[in-house]
Design a protein around this ligand. Structure first.
Ligand SMILES: O=C(O)CCC(=O)C(=O)O
Ligand SMILES: [Fe+2]
Length: 210
C-alpha cells in the first residue's frame, strides 16, 4: 500500500466510523528503526506517565503503569517518524478539513504486568487532542502475551474492537469519542502513542488534559 493509499484509507474510515485499525500499515523500515530505537534508549529516558493534574502518584499507578519517553527529531528514527506523522496530518487536513495543527507523541514501554485502565485521551469541549494515533513495535507478538487494546463505543462496556499490539499495526481514532484500555501485558510491550491537536487559544498551556 502506498502512503497515499494508506492515508486515503485512514481518512475514509475516520470519516465513516471515527476509528480505523490497519495491520502492517507502518512502513517496514520505519517500524524497524523505531522498534530498535525504543529498545536501545537508556532506561532513565523513560518515566512514569501522568494522567491528570490532580491525581497523586498512587492513584496513577492504579490507572496506568506504562513508562514513556517523548519523541523528538534529535534521532534519525524520531525524525523519520515525525515526518511520517506530518504526512498523515497533511493528508487528513486535505481530505477531511480537520485543521490538525500540531502533533506530539511518545514511546511507551509496558513491562510485564503493566496496563492502562479505561480512559479517554481528551475531554469533550476542551478541543485539545483531536485524533489519537497508536502504533506497535512488537515483532513476534503472540496471543498468550496479552496486552490487547480494547476500544469501546461511547456508551457501552462491550468492546467494539480488540487490537493485538503487533508490529506495524496502526490504530487511529477520534480522541474525544472512544474510551479504550490496555489489558495487562505478560511480556514487554512497546508502542508509540501520539495525538494531533487543533489550534486553540489554550494550546500553549502546559499539558491541558493530562
Ligand atoms: O498502547 C495502546 O494500545 C494505547 C495507549 C493509550 O491508550 C494511551 O497512551 O493513551
Ligand atoms: Fe489512550
Amino acid at each position: 500500500m502506498s502512503a497515499s493509499e494508506l492515508f486515503d484509507r485512514i481518512a475514509n474510515e475516520i470519516y465513516q466510523q471515527g476509528f480505523c485499525v490497519i495491520r502492517n500499515a507502518l512502513p517496514e523500515a520505519l517500524g524497524v528503526a523505531l522498534a530498535s530505537e525504543v529498545r536501545s534508549l537508556p532506561e532513565e529516558n523513560f518515566s512514569r506517565a501522568g494522567i491528570g493534574r490532580q491525581a497523586d502518584h498512587q492513584n496513577i499507578e492504579t490507572i496506568r503503569r506504562d513508562e514513556i519517553c517523548w519523541i523528538d527529531n534529535t534521532t534519525a528514527a524520531g525524525q523519520a517518524w515525525l515526518l511520517w506523522a506530518d504526512g498523515l496530518q497533511q493528508a487528513l487536513n486535505r481530505r477531511l478539513f480537520l485543521g490538525l495543527f500540531s502533533f506530539e507523541s511518545h514511546y511507551a514501554h509496558y513491562h510485564p504486568g503493566d496496563f492502562y485502565k479505561v480512559h479517554l485521551d481528551a475531554f469533550r469541549g476542551q478541543q485539545n487532542r483531536v485524533l489519537t494515533v497508536v502504533t506497535y513495535l512488537n515483532p513476534d507478538w503472540t496471543d498468550a502475551d496479552g496486552g490487547e487494546l480494547l476500544i469501546y463505543p461511547e456508551k457501552s462496556n462491550q468492546p467494539l474492537l480488540t487490537v493485538k499490539p503487533e508490529f506495524g499495526t496502526l490504530v487511529v481514532f477520534l480522541s474525544e469519542e472512544f474510551p479504550h484500555e490496555v489489558l495487562p501485558t505478560l511480556t514487554d510491550r512497546y508502542s508509540i502513542a501520539g495525538w494531533y491537536r487543533i489550534n486553540t487559544s489554550d494550546s500553549n498551556r502546559v499539558d491541558p488534559a493530562f
